[in-house]
Design a protein around this ligand. Structure first.
Ligand code: PLP
Length: 234
């Protein structure tokens, strides 16, 4: 079992190196976040043993159970799912990163609830690049104002932007959505925000995202296998 995960991790790292090279970007400029939603604590432990240290989770309850089981490991937890304001405390106390902030109120709560003994919580703003009304994420036009407000919160460290593109999009439409996030990223930097993280790309579109400037790809099924329900959650 550990061997299988070692092999899939190697295969994904190889995809990343090839994608970096194809995009003429430095080797290891893209980090791998292993998305472990619906994956058992045992399998996460195996992936950790195989060298993966950053894991992303979507559902607070599921994550809390896993986190407890795995408390002996130095895992860097990233929360990447929708977050209700009554659950912010868990993220503030146990996560290193959150990628899915799209409202100031959530950010304020996270900053207030972040224990003073911990370093600031790393934050990516989730941006709705597909324009679908049902999607979470701040509208691109509102992103600068939200980013500037979040950058003033003491216990948060704004690191960058995240997107989940439209599931049905063809390759050209996907690339356009990744490019939209990348351009917004540059625009925010030009306004003086120090951002270093562009969280975009999943199992099926790693190469496309890396070509458009991703610095962190979030990979679930290509690493752990297909999930019970394989639609793109988020
Ligand atoms: C599930 C999920 C992923 C991983 O998707 P795969 O297609 O399994 O790689 C990435 N990001 C978010 C926000 C997710 O919910």
């Amino acid at each position: 079992m550990t061997e299988n995960l070692t092999l899939s991790l190697q295969a994904i790292q190889q995809r990343l190196r090839q994608a970096e090279q194809a995009a003429q970007r430095p080797a290891h400029s893209v980090q791998l976040l292993a998305v472990s939603k619906t994956v058992s604590a045992d399998r996460v432990r195996q992936a950790f043993a195989a060298g993966q240290t950053a894991f992303g989770e979507n559902y607070v309850q599921e994550w809390l159970e896993k986190q407890q089981t795995l408390a002996d490991l130095a895992i860097e937890w990233h929360f990447i799912g929708p977050l209700q304001s009554n659950k912010t405390r868990h993220v503030a106390e146990l996560a290193s990163w959150i990628h899915s902030v799209d409202r100031l109120k959530i950010a304020q709560r996270l900053s207030e609830q972040r224990p003073s003994t911990l370093p600031p919580l790393n934050v990516c703003l989730q941006v709705n690049v597909s324009g679908e009304a049902s999607k979470s994420g701040v509208d691109p036009e509102q992103a600068l104002a939200l980013a500037q407000a979040i950058a003033t919160l003491p216990k948060l460290r704004l690191r960058g932007l995240m997107c989940i593109p439209e599931a049905a999009a063809d390759e050209a439409a996907l690339a356009a959505q990744f490019r939209c996030l990348q351009q917004l990223f540059v625009e925010l930097q030009q306004h003086g925000l120090t951002l270093d993280t562009l969280s975009m790309g999943m199992s099926a579109d790693i190469e496309l995202a890396v070509a458009q400037g991703a610095t962190m790809v979030r990979v679930g099924s290509a690493l752990f296998g297909a999930r019970p329900s394989s639609q793109r959650e988020g």
